[in-house]
Every structure is written in structure tokens, then in C-alpha cells.
Ligand binder design. Structure first.
Ligand code: PGA
Length: 252
């Protein structure tokens, strides 16, 4: 398992973005280039809709920003109308893919084992899966958060290879609600301990992102928490100013 010690700030455009949105991506790349020259060290990636992958990769060539997809099929090719394979994403030059986002788990009924199969497909294609887990509001109220996370980690993570984990409480996504810093710390500590047990020697290097209503105004305190190694950002990744504000908040 290879891992970087840099913070990773990942954008998830979801089903947003047309060709003209690539102007925002240009501004992000410019901002990261300038910030990196001034000593900022976080990595930035943007996971765009499939329709923009090729163009986004072209626009970010020779910049520090890397591009990712938002989902992939578990098979490399075949009769799966409307789906995209990890090979196809890799073929565009993109280097990452989100797997198991809660919107996929809910809208498309994706199970942990499907998420694992998709993540393995990504690794076979040479791209890195960002594997998402997170409890619903109801599960949290029932005090089941850590049990739910453990089940998702057990079922969704690949047995080896490179991956990133994103902890995204479902109730915090797109709502403006954020867990307390103590609750984020506890969840990330739990995930870290799980990783260290399951992957002796490498589990301590896996990057664990927090996602759910991260904004420029709360990014510094969230990114300052132990075992938070970056952020997965939805709404605030659509505008360069907001997303760069989050990227700059990462400790260097
Ligand atoms: P949000 O989405 O930042 O808009 O809450 C996060 C995500 O779904 O990845």
C-alpha cells in the first residue's frame, strides 16, 4: 500500500458541471500552483462527472491538480448500458475514483461487497479508489455509529493495494450539519485503529478524509483533528474560491 503524507483535498462535483464549469477548474489549478510555490503542500483532486473527464484531464495537464471519476463498474467492459469502467476512467488520464459514496449506496442500492468489487476494479485499472463509509442520522441516534463503520470497513475495503478512506456521516452531507470535533476525532481514531489492525505496517499510512459540509469557514478546525488527513468536499468544491479556501486551510 503506497501512501502520501500530504493532506488530500478532494472535490466531488456530483451531477453538476458543464463545459463552462471548467473555468473554475482552471482557477483551482492556478491557485494550487501559486500556493504550492509558497509552501502549501496539500494535494488537490477534483472528481468530475464522466462527461467532463477527458476535458478536465486536458485542462489540468502540467498542473498539480489531478482528476477523478465518481463511480466505476466492477467489470472492465461488457454489456452494462450507461455504466463506466475503471479502465475507461483510467483511459482518460484520470487517476482516482470515488467508490461507495452514500448517494450511490442509497440511489443505486450498492452493497459493501459491490463497493469492494468496484474498488478492486479501480486498483486493477491503476487508479486509486476513495472508498466512502458513514452512518445515517438514525444509526447515530441509536448509538450504532462505530458498529456501522466497522461493518462498512470490513465489507467495502480491498484486501490490499492503494486506497483512501472517506468518512462521511450521511446526515452531514449537503445539510450544513457537522459532527462535533470530538465526534469526528472519535470516528477517525476508530477507523485508524481498524486500519492498523487489518493492515499491519501500512494501515497507519492510509489517508482518512472527512466529508460532510466542509466549508472554508470550518476546514481548518476539521483538518486539525488527529487522523483527519484531508477532506472530501461536495458543494464547496464547485467554486474555485471556496475550494481553494479549504485547500489552503490544510496544515502544511
Ligand atoms: P457536501 O458533500 O460537502 O456538499 O456536504 C460531501 C460529499 O458528498 O462528498
Amino acid at each position: 500500500m503506497t501512501a502520501s503524507s500530504n493532506y488530500l483535498i478532494a472535490g466531488n462535483w456530483k451531477m453538476n458541471g458543464l463545459k463552462h464549469s471548467l473555468g473554475e477548474l482552471d482557477a483551482m489549478a492556478k491557485g494550487v500552483k501559486a500556493g504550492s510555490a509558497n509552501g502549501a503542500s496539500a494535494d488537490m483532486i477534483v472528481c468530475v462527472p464522466a462527461s467532463l473527464l477527458t476535458l478536465a484531464v486536458e485542462r489540468c495537464a502540467n498542473t498539480p491538480v489531478e482528476i477523478g471519476g465518481q463511480d466505476c463498474h466492477a467489470n472492465a467492459s461488457g454489456a452494462h448500458t450507461g455504466d463506466i469502467s475503471a479502465e475507461m476512467i483510467a483511459d482518460t488520464g484520470a487517476k482516482w475514483v470515488i467508490t461507495g459514496h452514500s448517494e450511490r449506496r442509497t440511489d443505486h442500492g450498492e452493497s459493501d461487497s459491490e463497493v469492494k468489487a468496484k474498488s478492486e476494479a479501480a486498483q486493477r485499472a491503476g487508479i486509486v479508489p476513495i472508498i466512502c463509509i458513514g452512518e445515517t442520522g438514525e444509526e447515530r441516534e441509536q448509538g450504532r455509529t462505530l458498529d456501522v463503520l466497522e461493518g462498512q470497513l470490513e465489507g467495502s475495503l480491498t484486501n490490499d493495494g492503494d486506497f483512501v478512506v472517506a468518512y462521511e456521516p450521511v446526515w452531514a452531507i449537503g445539510t450544513g450539519l457537522v459532527p462535533t470535533l470530538d465526534d469526528i476525532e472519535a470516528a477517525h481514531r476508530f477507523i485508524r485503529e481498524y486500519l492498523e489492525n487489518r493492515y499491519p505496517g501500512s494501515g497507519s499510512d492510509v489517508r482518512i478524509l472527512y466529508g460532510g459540509s466542509v466549508k472554508p469557514g470550518n476546514a481548518a478546525e476539521i483538518l486539525g483533528i488527529d487522523n483527519v488527513n484531508g477532506a472530501l468536499v461536495g458543494g464547496a468544491s464547485l467554486k474555485a474560491d471556496d475550494f481553494l479556501g479549504i485547500w489552503r486551510a490544510a496544515p502544511s
